[in-house]
Design a protein around this ligand. Structure first.
Ligand code: TPP
Length: 639
């Protein structure tokens, strides 16, 4: 007979609370198996979730969620949380179109207190919630769970600094697995290691004694003794203490009984300030292939559960990331001033390749995008050539640094912007939608977008040569189209685009990686007798004004297309033509951009279909535009 599973009985935390504490270990094992089986089918984040199985069970067992508020930092470790908060039956739709998000999302569940995906927001949001609760005399607890990697970001310290000063009732669980995506970097990481070195985990008895003696009013009576005891037991916790937090730990994050006892203590304590509970876990825990792999299966494709072997789709063409990194390496062999910088994403950005060749010239600054940009700005003032390799979505966090530290001072920092455009399964939080807009609006900047991997090489070459101002080049997630790569001497003329295919009636002006879709649309239009030009702008800033004017003067229709939001390349073209009075001539000009909405996760192809930016949509846009008449309103009032 099939053994009865505890997990079958648990759909919500209220079901969990009906179980005996002694059965939770078995439940945790089942939850771990379910997570492994799920991710083997969906792909996604695995190592982080495996590391917090016991913590997830303990938190929902002890706290009264969703009234007590639980905030997961990044949210990539929240799959087990999703399974036991009403989403078990949909868990195998993770990261798919119409399915569950791979991160926490308020829209998805009342148990997802705060949406995330970008790291290090949990303490700030939790503090806001805690203050709101205290303003409305609500005594429910607020718990933030943050990883040691996420602790490298400035926001975490800003929030702790504020919470400590406010004496806010807030619980922060530091989930210390001594891993970010790659090994963690920085002084904080070393500090946490120091806290653990040579120390045994505290027993429940010790911690309980500590918490009760410190937090109850008995503390007052026995202040001297308790203080001594406290100093003894939390001797490593001084940094958090200094920030105004009550620190307890380290605690074994895989021992359910310990976790439950301590969390109960913390929950029931009368202490009115912020507490930090230092929990030690193992990323990838309980699944051998994950535990043994270098990245602890941080992010995986579909895989074989028995062997752990991932079936990553093989591509004949190199990824844009690799093309970028290999090109930069070639330049750096001759140019000792070139520096590579990443914010905790060495493998994602190709900086690991650069770092292997030039360890002394590659800097992983941790999850610290703001710092990465200003650090690069500093380097550039000394004649170095910093390349900040960063995902479009994460550069958003460093916008003031881009404006204030780089653009205003006209410093030649180079931005290699990966994951530009829609990225698929990671969804809207990771889409690179806004960089064309937020960079092209800045004086001094050169903004380029690669239409294929050959042009990416040319753009890296060009960025190396731009020494008098900031520059950026963007390229998409995934693999190139299979064109031959040029050598590293091919430099683009700044602000010059190119005509790829000459026609006479319609002009499509591409900016970025939709070029192949434009060419497909053009050949279909040609077949219909609509002679179509395809041009590639290469630069959103400065614009190739001559190319734009030529296209306008020699075609009936001009369509601009880009993988970005309103305010980007198309807007700049419109503005330019409007300033030239071009619209007075009845030119039919349209832009194709991302719609004014956040597009949920799906395959990139489907997302682009939804966004109306594939070859079919381009063709349709041309046909509609040709058919359309220019409407000149008779009255001054629009209806
Ligand atoms: C602002 C920002 N930069 C980079 C990332 C990419 N990223 C996702 S998870 C992660 C590592 C987080 O490490 P940690 O907090 O220790 O959690 P763990 O995965 O080890 O559980 C990084 C760098 C991100 N999500 N947000």
């Amino acid at each position: 007979m099939k053994e009865k599973k505890f997990l079958d009985q648990v759909n919500y935390p209220s079901d969990l609370k009906k179980l005996h504490q002694k059965d939770l270990k078995q439940l945790a094992n089942e939850l771990r198996d379910e997570l492994i089986n799920t991710v083997s089918i969906t792909g996604g984040h695995l190592g982080a979730g495996l590391g917090v199985i016991e913590l997830t069970v303990a938190l929902h067992y002890v706290f009264d969620t969703p009234k007590d508020k639980l905030i997961w930092d990044v949210g990539h470790q929240a799959y087990p949380h999703k399974i036991i908060t009403g989403r078990k039956d949909r868990i195998r739709t993770l990261r798919m179109g119409g399915g569950l998000s791979g991160f926490t999302k308020r829209k998805e569940s009342e148990y997802d207190t705060f949406g995330a995906a970008h790291s290090s927001t949990s303490i700030s949001s939790a503090l806001g919630i805690a203050v709101a609760k205290s303003l409305s005399n609500n005594s429910n607890r607020v718990v933030a769970v943050i990883g040691d990697g996420a602790m490298s970001a400035g926001m975490a310290y800003e929030a702790m600094n504020n919470a400590g000063a406010m004496k806010s009732k807030l619980i922060v669980i530091l989930n210390d697995n001594d891993m970010s995506i790659s090994p963690p970097v920085g002084a904080m990481s070393s500090y946490l290691t120091k806290l653990l070195t040579g120390r045994v985990y505290f027993s429940v008895r010790e911690i309980t004694k500590l918490i009760t003696s410190f937090l109850s009013k008995r503390f007052k009576d026995k202040a001297g003794k308790a203080e001594e005891f406290l100093r003894d037991i939390v001797s490593g916790g001084t940094l958090f203490n200094e920030l105004g937090f009550y620190y307890a730990g380290p605690i074994d994050g895989h021992n359910l009984d310990t976790l439950i006892s301590i969390l109960k203590n913390v929950k029931n304590s009368k202490y009115n300030g912020p507490m930090l509970i230092h929990v030690v876990t193992k990323k990838g825990k309980g699944y051998k292939p994950a535990e043994e792999s270098g990245d602890k299966y941080h992010g995986v494709g579909k895989f074989n559960v028995r062997t752990g072997e991932q079936n990553k789709p093989k591509s004949k063409t190199a990824s844009y990331t690799k093309v970028f990194a290999n090109t930069l390496v070639k330049h750096a062999e001759n140019d000792t001033k070139i520096i590579g910088i990443t914010g905790a994403m060495p493998s994602g950005t190709g900086m690991d390749i650069f770092g292997k060749k030039f360890p002394e010239r590659m800097f992983d600054v941790g999850i610290a995008e703001q710092h990465a940009v200003t650090f690069a700005a500093g380097l550039s003032t000394e004649g170095y050539k910093p390349f900040v390799a960063i995902y479009s979505t994460f550069l958003q966090r460093a916008y003031d640094q881009v404006v204030h530290d780089v653009a205003i001072q006209n410093l030649p920092v180079r931005f290699a912007i990966d994951r530009a455009g829609l990225v698929g399964a990671d969804g809207p939080t990771h889409a690179g939608s806004f960089d064309i807009t937020y960079l092209s609006t800045l004086p001094n900047f050169v903004v380029m977008a690669a239409s294929d991997e050959a042009d990416l090489v040319r753009m890296v070459n060009t960025a190396v040569s731009i020494n008098d101002r900031p520059s950026a080049f963007r390229y998409p997630r995934g693999n190139g189209v299979g064109v031959e790569l040029p050598n590293i001497n091919e430099i683009l003329e700044i602000g010059k685009g190119r005509v790829i295919k000459k026609g006479s009636k319609v002009a499509i002006l591409n900016f970025g990686a939709r070029l192949q879709e434009c060419l497909k649309a053009a050949s279909k239009l040609d077949a219909k007798g609509i002679s179509t030009t395809v041009a590639d702008a290469r630069f959103a800033k400065p614009l190739d004004q001559k190319l734009i004017l030529d296209l306008c003067l020699n075609h009936e229709v001009l369509i601009t297309i880009e993988e970005g939001s309103i305010g980007g390349f198309g807007s700049h073209v419109f503005q330019f033509l409007s300033d030239r009075g071009f619209f007075d001539n009845g030119l039919k000009i349209r832009s194709m951009i991302f719609p004014d909405e956040f597009i949920d996760q799906d395959t990139p192809e489907k997302m682009y279909q939804k966004a109306g930016l594939n070859s079919e949509a381009i063709e349709q846009k041309v046909l509609d535009t040709l058919k359309s008449n220019i409407v000149i309103p008779k009255t001054k009032q629009f209806k």
